[in-house]
Design a protein around this ligand. Structure first.
Ligand code: ZN
Length: 414
């Protein structure tokens, strides 16, 4: 970060004053403390702009809790150091006043951009973004992912290159790529070790995509990045203890504890889809029987519903039928929500989260949420259940790609 520039010009002025007036060791200690305070205030202000976008100085005063004078001085320094810029888009006058609307300030856009790649069990979604996280363009395709690691990565690389060229940008625009896969990655090696995706076993998906694109690629698990996206850009902003559930072709959880993503000792934390709910249940792609995923993932729910409907059902149609109050869909999704909720209640008893966010392609189904809430209330300890809110995510099935973009930006900024 270049934060130090503004802070050091301020502190040298202040040090001069101290040395002239009170050349004491106590005075030097005060200088150090003030420098640290000012640097901390700058970081608070930059973090607020990063999460909220353009803001007026008055909004920054409200958002940071700092005084008007301090915010004005910090903004002036940060404009001087090139970290933020004043925008021509003006805000609304305050409290309905008729005065001139205030000027807004926003983070300066550094040169270059990043891409996010979301690989699910049945889709590849790719987004191109500038370094503030603003998505410039996005592409989505349905593919059978699990059996074809090499082909899917070829396809993802082509989609990224096509987005860059369709935007009229030079290939050098791309500085880093964040990607997610629907399987746990070994925390040290970033290798896929499980047999969940047979065409990917033993693969290093990040390295493979990096070789194809020629820029650094950082890979993580899909539910982890969905959780990051909802915490940084979605409904879980400002929350510290969050369970994010991705309910789609598979089922996984991203766990945020104390504001940080919890990956576990070897990167496998959150594999809630493979909690056993029936010893003699269906065989799961992980090799066990009766995993939670085998009874609640999208393909299973479609299979359950299909015999009762004339048209071939898709996930989108199921969501529409649920919103319209269709009795069969409501019943099946509420039951699925209850089954997931039984496992989430145990997890909540252990982790005491403040928020459970329902994401993935089925995350927006109201009946799934109702069932989930019901089971948490029924099976978690009363105090644990009372402390947790259960909500649908803000970002829907785009959460994972937004998280992949955020991961890429974090690596470029670091
Ligand atoms: Zn399983």
């Amino acid at each position: 970060m270049r934060n130090g520039d503004a802070a050091s010009s301020f502190s040298s002025t202040f040090r001069t004053y101290l040395l002239t007036d009170r050349p004491s060791l106590a005075g030097m200690a005060v200088t150090g403390a003030l420098e640290r305070l000012r640097a901390a205030n700058q970081r608070t202000l930059l973090a607020l702009l990063a999460s909220e976008g353009a803001m007026s100085r008055a909004d920054l005063v409200r958002g940071t809790g700092l005084s008007r004078t301090t915010v004005s001085s910090l903004v002036a320094d940060l404009i001087g150091s090139g970290h933020i810029t004043e925008t021509t888009a003006r805000g609304r006058p305050h409290k309905g006043g008729s005065g001139r609307p205030p000027l807004l300030v926003t983070l300066s856009t550094p040169a270059g951009g990043v891409a996010g790649v979301d690989i699910g069990h049945g889709h590849v979604r790719v987004a191109l973004a500038d370094r503030t996280g603003t998505v410039l363009s996005e592409e989505h395709t349905l593919v059978d992912v699990d059996a074809h690691g090499t082909l899917v990565l070829d396809r993802a690389a082509t989609m990224v290159r096509d987005l860059v060229s369709a935007a009229g940008l030079d290939p050098a625009y791309l500085q880093a790529v964040g990607m997610c896969v629907p399987a746990p990655l070994d925390r040290r090696s970033s290798r896929i070790r499980t047999d969940i995706m047979p065409g990917w076993h033993g693969m290093l998906p990040g390295e493979e995509l990096e070789r194809r694109l020629g820029v650094p690629v950082h890979a993580d698990n899909d539910a982890n990045l969905g959780a990051l996206a909802e915490v940084h850009h979605g409904i879980a902003r400002g929350r510290h203890d969050v369970i994010y559930l991705k309910v789609a072709s598979g089922l996984g959880a991203g766990i945020v504890l104390g504001g940080r993503l919890h990956r576990g000792a070897s990167g496998i934390a959150g594999e809630i889809g493979h909690v056993q709910v029936g010893e003699d249940g269906q065989v799961c792609r992980c090799g066990n029987r009766g995993c939670l995923e085998t009874s609640v993932a999208a393909p299973r729910l479609l299979e359950l519903l299909q015999p009762a409907y004339d048209e071939t059902l898709s996930v989108d149609e199921v969501l529409e039928l649920d919103a319209a109050g269709d009795a069969g869909v409501r019943r099946v999704l509420t039951d699925a929500g209850r089954t997931v909720g039984r496992a989430v209640a145990d997890l909540a008893n252990s982790l005491n989260p403040e928020l459970v966010v329902l994401g993935g392609s089925l995350g927006a189904a109201p009946s799934l949420l109702t069932g989930l809430r019901g089971s948490i209330d029924r099976y978690a300890q009363p105090d644990t259940a009372a402390a947790v809110e259960v909500v649908a995510g803000d970002l829907g099935d785009r959460a994972e790609v937004v998280g992949a973009v955020a991961l890429a930006i974090a690596t470029v900024a670091a």
